[in-house]
Design a protein around this ligand. Structure first.
Ligand SMILES: NC(=O)c1ccc[n+]([C@@H]2O[C@H](COP(=O)([O-])OP(=O)(O)OC[C@H]3O[C@@H](n4cnc5c(N)ncnc54)[C@H](O)[C@@H]3O)[C@@H](O)[C@H]2O)c1
Length: 252
């Protein structure tokens, strides 16, 4: 199997894309530490992995809390003997006010939370994961960015800034560790049918789907397949790269 004998950690794995990544890495043979701030839904992901014949454990992690990342890495080492793969996927699309505003009108708490989870959360992940991977003899990290890491959208400044940041961080960190057997890449989903889009009405979902030349939203599994490949030794010469999975969104 593609990921046999590998140990993986996935953040934001209680839902949507992260859950699909966890299930797919486990399908391909990895032992998976499922992490999320949501305990019940995270345990559900573990149950789904076990039901499919895979190996997984849950560890609660708030991506915005640096200590949680150290704790999660320690749990992967303790339960599964090391760390080879990390998918830094936890993210939010709107701040606590749940309102999309123009740049100068964004509430500070919305800005702070967006950057803390979506961007600092990836940095906190890297600083805990990379030393563990070096100790294990190498590894691969896949960060979930977005098409909004390459282009922009109105009333999305905080999200867009956080995802552009994820791509920049991915590239720069990849250069820092390229000679030590750590590959670091980013994936860029277009609009994907997950609970993140649930609060949008059907007319909005329709118009979002129409922004993709393929005329539909993506599915979480379509991101997970790329994440699994990038995590595997088949991608052995791939680092510092950003791969859209967007039905043609960025080609326009
Ligand atoms: N769905 C889309 O259209 C889309 C498009 C591009 C990028 N993305 C990115 O994909 C990633 C996953 O999104 P999704 O669509 O699966 O969303 P989702 O809402 O279905 O899942 C996000 C998961 O992250 C968890 N999470 C949120 N904040 C957290 C925190 N502070 N600590 C730990 N876990 C936290 C949630 O509990 C949830 O389980 C995000 O980074 C998102 O920005 C999504």
């Amino acid at each position: 199997m593609l990921l046999e004998n590998k140990v993986a950690l996935v953040t934001g794995a209680a839902s949507g894309i992260g859950r699909s990544i966890a299930l797919t890495l486990a399908r391909d043979g990895a032992k998976v530490l499922v992490t999320d701030r949501s305990v019940d839904a995270g345990e559900e992901t573990v149950a789904l992995v076990l039901k499919a014949g895979g190996v997984a454990k849950f560890c609660q992690l708030d991506a915005a809390n640096p200590d949680d990342h150290w704790r999660a890495v320690a749990q992967a080492q303790e339960h599964f003997g090391g760390l080879h793969i990390a998918c830094n996927n936890a993210g939010i699309s709107v701040g606590p006010s749940k309102v999309y505003r123009r740049a100068a009108e964004i509430a500070l708490e919305d800005w702070d939370q967006m950057l803390a989870i979506n961007l600092s959360g990836v940095f906190y992940g890297l600083r805990a994961q990379i030393p563990a991977m070096i100790a294990t003899g190498g590894g691969a990290i896949v960060n979930t960015a977005s098409v909004m890491g390459q282009v922009a959208g109105q009333n999305l400044s905080a999200y867009v800034a956080s995802k552009h940041g994820v791509i920049g961080l991915t590239k720069s960190a990849a250069l820092d560790y390229a000679s030590q057997g750590i590959r670091i890449n980013a994936v860029g989903p277009g609009y994907i049918a997950t609970p993140m889009l649930e609060f949008k009405d059907s007319a909005t979902l329709h118009s979002l789907a129409a922004k993709h030349p393929m005329g539909r939203l993506g599915f979480p599994q379509e991101i997970a397949e790329l994440a699994a490949w990038l995590s595997s030794d088949r991608a052995s010469f791939v680092t510092g790269a950003y791969y859209p999975v967007d039905g043609g969104y960025l080609a326009q």
